[in-house]
Design a binder for this molecule. Sequence first.
Ligand SMILES: [Ca+2]
Ligand SMILES: [Ca+2]
Length: 121
Amino acid sequence: MSAKKHIVKLLHLYCYANEELKEDEVFIKHKGKKIWPVNKKYASLKPGEKIEMNVEIPDVEEGELLSLEVWDWDLFSANDHLGSATMKVDGPGGPYLVDMRPSSTEETARYSIQWQVPWSE
Ligand SMILES: [Ca+2]
Ligand SMILES: [Ca+2]
């Protein structure tokens, strides 16, 4: 018997505090692969801003802990892993808001992701 599968829809990304002085150049990874933003390298965000994500992650098994990595793109140095957000996928519901857990105690960036599991046919 195989586990039930769901689509996880990412709705919005909120920035409460950033890593850099002006704007962070944010992108999101899932299982080591960039999944957002879709048609560009990153999205620029500063504190107090919210941006629409509108991306779907298919085939998430019921009960799975879905983990998303939040990254800041940098031109002259390695990109920074700001932190990770974990969502427990129990079935259709939401929207929910999950806080990113910072990657270290020195990390200043604070982000949250709004997500939901839509009802399917
Ligand atoms: Ca940057
Ligand atoms: Ca940086």
